[in-house]
Design a protein. Structure first.
Lengths: 266, 269
């Protein structure tokens, strides 16, 4: 008796694949037509500007360390802005997260309202806030700190409220069974339960803040970005490269410390 | 009934103390003008009135044109970025590339992650000028930092069985990647690629502020003219477009991930 091996038919996936490829190709075509506002992919410009660019890249590769003393004060300003922004945002974000999560706020109307407002807040990019606030309240660190607070509240509330939503709510049920009001339940069960998540997300927002506050100065909102804009204006690419390296080092240090602390939290 | 004594939480108190000191020190270092902080609420109400009481819709066509330019930068940047990240991310995954390739690549990603896209754009514009192409390239290169990391993390999280089977059947590295890794990792990777596009939509507006074009460019112009009714309209356009793209892209991502287990996707960067 012979057993013939019959291969199962291949699933027909090609119509779907063709559809996906066509959709991607159409979107790519639409976004690369300059007449529609798309990006003109101009590889020729690289060749044309090469001599000019080579000189500047040469300058970037030879960092001018003499600017270093001038960077210290703005760098501290950048770090101060990041810390103040993070702490104030965390203070705002904790009550708002409880408000935006289902187990801690059973009232659908206020919960959706808070979520909607925060979705709108998150839809505006960070430097756009900074540009507008600088025009409103003037150049300085104040618009920078407000920008960071708006940015942080948006992401911390989203991430923390989602984690409260998906967390086990057994303790909260216990609180309810014991006759606690929603506020008491939130304070005694939900909040202690979510501390590690809150702390971890706040540290994450501090990391992002250092990166953002380094460039806020470009639009006039304080910190080392102001210096970036200045040296860029004078085509001092050798000084620019020193500043970039400094930002790089600071961001990496903050990231390493924050990663260590976040691992400890788990 | 004896109530147990409260645990002494020295560490927690220490942490609070350090946070408090850092905060006070930083706040003091900022030199904020208290008068300005006092005026802030009335300022905000005043400018909100100027911006949103009567937005100037006559500039809407130009705003939509510029928005499409920003979205284009985001899309082209995402496409190039995902392509580069996939090429660099796969060899950086454990079990695919040898350690002397893995470590330098991971360092490269960490370094790129630390540099803001705006700075990458400032460097690039020496080569390509103040054009949307510069914006797209900056998004592509800046995207490698996070996206390549997600790529190798995704690949490391995929089950290794299929890949081992290909190896056992005599497949080489390329064949292992194509038939062992790709089928199980691709939904996740495509979903992450779309997410990269969502992030880029936000960042492309920011890049406009340094002059590479798009909605950010238009916005800076009108903020400098202090033409607040147009600024109000532009902000409404940015919010509506961003939220719409997030909603559509989020729905597609859920469709892609249906059936596949989803790891924590919504890390906003």
């Amino acid at each position: 008796m012979t057993n013939t091996l019959v291969l199962p038919p291949k699933p027909r996936t090609w119509p779907r694949n063709v559809g996906v490829v066509l959709a991607l190709a159409a979107m790519t075509l639409l976004t690369t037509l300059p007449r529609l506002g798309g990006v003109e992919i101009d590889l020729g410009s690289i060749a044309r500007n090469w001599s000019n660019a080579a000189e500047r890249i040469g300058m970037l590769l030879q960092p001018d360390l003499s600017i270093l003393p001038r960077t210290i004060e703005p760098m501290f300003q950048t770090l101060s802005m990041a810390i103040v922004g993070t702490v104030l945002a965390a203070a705002l974000a904790i009550p708002l997260s409880l408000w935006a999560a289902r187990p801690t706020n059973p009232n659908g109307l206020t919960r959706r309202a808070v979520r909607f407002v925060l979705n709108v807040v998150r839809a505006v990019p960070d430097l756009v806030y900074a540009t507008i606030l600088v025009a409103m309240v003037g150049v300085g660190t104040l618009p920078g700190v407000i920008t960071l607070i708006l940015f942080d509240v948006g992401i911390v509330v989203k991430l923390v409220s989602e984690s409260i939503d998906s967390a086990d709510s057994a303790y909260m049920e216990g609180g309810r069974a014991a006759g606690g009001t929603q506020t008491q339940i939130n304070k005694v069960t939900a909040l202690p339960q979510s501390w590690p998540v809150i702390a971890s997300q706040v540290l994450y927002s501090l990391e992002l803040n250092v990166r953002i506050s380094a460039i806020l100065g470009i639009v006039g909102a304080g910190g080392i970005g102001r210096l970036i804009d200045e040296v860029r204006g004078f085509y001092r690419y050798d000084a620019l490269s020193t500043i970039i390296i400094e930002i790089l080092v600071v961001v990496l240090i903050i990231e390493v410390v924050s990663n260590y602390l976040r691992k400890r939290l788990r | 009934m004896r109530v147990p004594t409260k645990p002494r939480r020295l560490m927690v108190r220490l942490v609070w103390l350090v946070v408090g000191l850092l905060f006070v020190g930083s706040f003091w270092g900022l030199d904020l003008e208290w008068a300005k902080i006092g005026e802030l609420p009335s300022d905000v109400v005043h400018y909100f009135g100027l911006m949103f009481s009567d937005p100037d819709w006559s500039k809407l066509p130009e705003a939509l044109f510029q928005t499409w330019r920003s979205v284009s930068m985001a899309w082209v940047g995402a496409l190039l970025g995902v392509a580069l990240s996939t090429l660099l991310g796969i060899p950086a995954a454990e079990g695919v590339g040898p350690i002397w390739i893995r470590l330098p690549l991971r360092w490269l990603f960490a370094v790129i992650r630390a540099v803001p896209e705006v700075i990458i754009a400032i460097i690039l514009l020496t080569v390509t000028g103040l054009t949307p192409f510069t914006g797209a390239l900056a998004l592509a290169i800046g995207g490698i930092g996070t996206h390549a990391k997600w790529t190798y993390e995704t690949i490391e999280a995929t089950p290794t069985g299929a890949g081992e089977a290909v190896k056992a059947a005599g497949g080489n590295l390329l064949q292992m990647v194509r038939w062992g890794l790709w089928p199980s990792a691709s939904p996740e990777l495509m979903s992450l690629g779309l997410y990269r596009f969502e992030i880029n939509v936000r960042t492309s507006a920011v890049l406009g502020l340094i002059g590479v074009g798009g909605i950010g460019d238009m916005l800076t112009g009108y903020v400098q003219f202090r033409d607040w009714s147009v600024v109000g309209m532009l902000i409404i356009v940015v919010i509506v477009v961003t939220m719409t793209i997030d909603a559509v892209s989020g729905r597609i991502r859920r469709r892609i991930m249906e059936g596949a287990k989803s790891i924590e996707l919504d890390r906003i960067v």
